[in-house]
Design a protein around this ligand. Structure first.
Ligand code: 5GP
Ligand code: ZN
Length: 140
């Protein structure tokens, strides 16, 4: 399950050399080529899934279990004060490489905030409608 044209397939499967932090049967963890902060790493599945919608639940669960393990080790080694775990799906969500990946972005006291968004009001009517639709779909 690889895509010949996918750079992360090549990196995840060792066809392109990279700084590797960890590897197991299903994943390779590497440094991001253009880090947001010191130690910014990416968890790449060895199989190709464009995004979370294409991936199976077991792979996603394993990826997040690994994110927890990596976060613990990175906090110890890097001495960071926090870690953002980010996973973008779709161009509109900021995804630029269409091979599922999880960002581990260490955060250090005193550095600028890099994840901010404007906060908006949510109408009561819309919330009630969405609760009805989503809860109904989840409980099917
Ligand atoms: P996205 O925006 O898709 O969530 O994140 C893609 C990330 O992959 C970016 O942070 C970018 O710097 C990183 N990236 C893109 N190409 C390469 C590459 O060839 N090697 C590595 N190590 N990182 C890459
Ligand atoms: Zn791929």
């Amino acid at each position: 399950m690889r895509d010949e044209n996918c750079i992360f397939c090549k990196i995840a499967n060792g066809d392109i050399p990279t700084y590797q932090l960890y590897e197991n049967e299903d994943f390779r963890v590497i440094f991001d080529a253009a880090p947001a902060t010191r130690g910014h790493a990416l968890i790449l599945p060895k199989n190709h899934y464009a995004d979370i919608f294409e991936a199976d639940e077991v792979t996603v669960a394993k990826a997040f279990a690994l994110a927890k393990q990596m976060a613990e080790v990175m906090r110890n080694v890097l001495g960071c004060d926090g870690i953002n775990i980010i996973q973008n799906n779709g161009r509109e969500a900021g995804q630029t490489v269409f091979h599922l990946h999880v960002h581990l972005i260490p955060r250090y006291e005193g550095q600028e905030k890099i994840l901010t968004w404007k906060q908006h009001e949510h109408s009561k009517r819309d919330m009630e409608e969405l609760v009805r639709q989503i809860a109904e779909e989840m409980n099917k």
